[in-house]
Ligand binder design. Structure first.
Ligand SMILES: [Zn+2]
Length: 79
């Protein structure tokens, strides 16, 4: 249930910049390694550098999700 609310908040937040045509440029987005959602590195609140690569996490991923990712990144990156 908490995840559903987080997803809603994420979409409500990301819908705002879409009002401007310039913001519709999809270039520069990266994929959240945990859930696969698109993440804008400029606005991502959470990121982590692993083996020289920086990963950005979508707003839907909680601190707990990110903690699990850090403990076992290979599990997520092999997907
Ligand atoms: Zn995510």
């Amino acid at each position: 249930m908490r995840k559903l609310i987080a997803v809603f908040v994420f979409f409500a937040f990301t819908a705002l910049p879409l009002a401007s045509p310039a913001a519709q440029n999809k270039a520069g987005y990266v994929k959240c390694p945990i859930c696969g959602d698109r993440v804008n590195p400029k606005t991502a609140k959470n990121s982590w550098t692993y083996k020289g690569k920086k990963y950005y996490f979508a707003a839907c991923c909680t601190k707990k999700d990110i903690g699990n990712f850090k403990k076992n990144p290979q599990k997520y990156l092999k997907k």
